[in-house]
Design a protein around this ligand. Structure first.
Ligand code: NAX
Ligand code: K
Length: 494
């Protein structure tokens, strides 16, 4: 499943029509789905449908007919200049004896649900004048708002703030990325019968789905032993940050590592899990880690000023490595590129800005572009740009792989969760997954764990402890994407 842009969705629409699929069927399916969403979530409520002049308005006109057919009390307000499919929908509505009023006449009524079909993906600039004022009135009305495709006005200001948004045919950036995501409220996806061939776009970012991620889970053979299912080396620790390597070790254990060795400066007292192997060091000199048996490593967690030496010592082992936190320095990542050692980097926007030589604010505002820039700067390194949502990119050869996570929530924004993630990804690489697969699955499981336990105040070690349960649910096929109809509230929010 891919993440669409409005332009890509228009191309899919055109492709469907090119395949002979009548566009009116898409609009009819969109209208029916919107009516269903309103009826399911707001049974028995009166509905005011606000329709714009484009195809989004046409979807609204179709929805109004289906709502009326289902017995709902509906008022329809619309722009007057319809053409094409939207005009057919207006005629169909009229054939059922329903007359639309001009939009200017709409006044909110208490308890009524507003179905926002003013604008979808067709906006080229921000709304002004009458339209901006109408959006303001929708937001000021104390009514639940269901938006068709997108809350009207997005991606610009002003825009409608919806309670529920019904994404049509595919998810678009606004349905996942801040700040637009906040305006969408809950997001559901309606397939609307678009032919699968029309939606095939390998060039667009992959959306991590439960089914695709479950298929990546490494198996656990019957004759498994602790040396055969993946051994992880965690290297880090500094007087001011003694928790970070401990949380990375915990993440690795909870993600299924057979053995976790933690290398750290000998003068530190680390409160390591009983199950971890301790490897205290007098210095991070070359050869300090000789003899450690591991298939993957995680380095940087709380290593502070010693990060460089720690990362160099780990690099000498030539293991697939997660570089996190203090190890996220351009010269270190370049060393992995130069040596051809597989690496995954896990920066937050601030660390990404440091790697790119830019501003954290710019990275956070354009995470897809920032992840792409990092992947191009560090070829063959898998980039995990943490955020809401986390974006992954990887320049393997000529092409660029791109993925967007769909799990996780703001409650996970607390100290230590990133250390847990580093350990999880390292454990999955140690279990034999290629770095790109380990990074995608690791990020997905980490977010899923947060979604299943996610309350503000959840501690990083509790998140790690919830991993086995999250993984088991994914394995059993019990996880539903946040956009799936019938998802329990709070499941796998992107
Ligand atoms: N897969 C698809 O592509 C499908 C799309 N459909 C619907 O079609 C929508 C897109 O339809 P359209 O492309 O007609 O676009 P919209 O319905 O979003 O709006 C287009 C209209 O807004 C006007 N407009 C653009 N910018 C404006 C501004 N700043 N101020 C005032 N007016 C402005 C345009 O001139 C045009 O009349 C989707 O969001 C979806 O709801 C569905 O009907 C079915 C299938
Ligand atoms: K809309």
């Amino acid at each position: 499943m891919r993440l669409f842009t409005p332009q890509a969705m228009r191309e899919a629409d055109a492709k469907a029509v090119g395949l002979g699929y009548p566009s009116l069927l898409l609009m009819e399916a969109a209208g029916r789905a919107a009516a269903r969403a309103v009826l399911e979530r707001f049974a028995g409520r009166r509905v005011a449908v606000l329709c714009g002049k484009g195809n989004n308005g046409g979807d609204g006109l179709a929805a109004a007919r289906h709502l009326a057919l289902a017995g709902a009390e509906v008022r329809v307000f619309t722009a007057l200049e319809h053409a094409g499919d939207a005009l057919h929908m207006r005629q169909a509505l009229r054939a059922h004896g329903l007359e639309a009023e001009p939009l200017e006449r709409w006044q909110p009524r208490p308890g009524e649900v507003v179905l926002d079909a003013l604008f979808g993906t067709g906006l080229s600039r921000g709304l002004e004048g009458f339209w901006a004022e109408l959006v303001g009135r929708v937001n000021a009305a104390a009514c639940p708002v269901v938006a068709i495709d997108l809350p009207s006005g997005l991606p610009f200001e002003p825009h409608v703030r919806a309670t529920l948004t019904l994404a049509l045919a595919g998810l678009k950036r606004e349905h996942l990325f801040h700040p637009a995501r906040a305006a969408c409220g809950e997001v559901l996806l309606a397939g609307i019968g678009m032919p699968a061939r029309a939606l095939e776009r390998p060039d667009l970012p992959e959306l991590l789905t439960p089914r695709a991620m479950a298929a990546l889970l490494p198996g656990r053979p019957g004759d498994a032993h602790k040396g055969s299912v993946g051994r992880v080396l965690v290297a880090g620790g500094h007087a001011a940050y003694t928790g970070a390597p401990v949380l990375a070790a915990l993440g690795a254990h909870r993600a299924g590592a057979g053995l976790v060795t933690v290398a750290y400066p000998a003068e530190l007292r680390l409160n390591l899990p009983l199950e971890s192997v301790r490897h205290p060091l007098e210095s991070w000199s070359a050869g300090a880690l000789a003899g450690v048996r591991a298939e993957a490593a995680a380095v940087g967690m709380g290593a502070g000023p010693l990060a460089h030496a720690a990362a160099e010592a780990v690099l000498a082992l030539r293991l697939p490595t997660v570089l996190d936190a203090d190890a996220l320095r351009p010269e270190l990542v370049q060393a992995y590129v130069r040596e051809g050692v597989p690496a995954v980097i896990t920066p937050h926007p601030g660390e990404a800005a440091r790697l790119l030589g830019g501003e954290a604010g710019a990275v956070a505002a354009e995470p897809l572009e920032a992840a792409r820039a990092l992947a191009e700067r560090f070829p063959k390194v898998v980039v995990v740009l943490k955020g809401g949502p986390t974006v992954l990119a990887w320049k393997a050869g000529e092409g660029l792989e791109f993925a967007v996570n769909t799990t996780g929530n703001p409650a996970m924004a607390s100290g230590g969760t990133g250390d847990v993630l580093a350990g999880v990804v390292a454990a999955l690489m140690a279990a034999g997954l290629p770095p790109w697969d380990a990074a995608r699955l690791g990020v997905y499981l980490h977010g899923l764990s947060g979604d299943r336990r996610g309350r503000v105040g959840l501690l990083a070690h509790e998140l790690a402890d919830a991993l086995p349960e999250a993984r088991a649910a994914l394995e059993r096929g019990e996880v539903r994407a946040f956009w799936a109809w019938g998802s329990p509230p709070g499941s796998a929010r992107g």
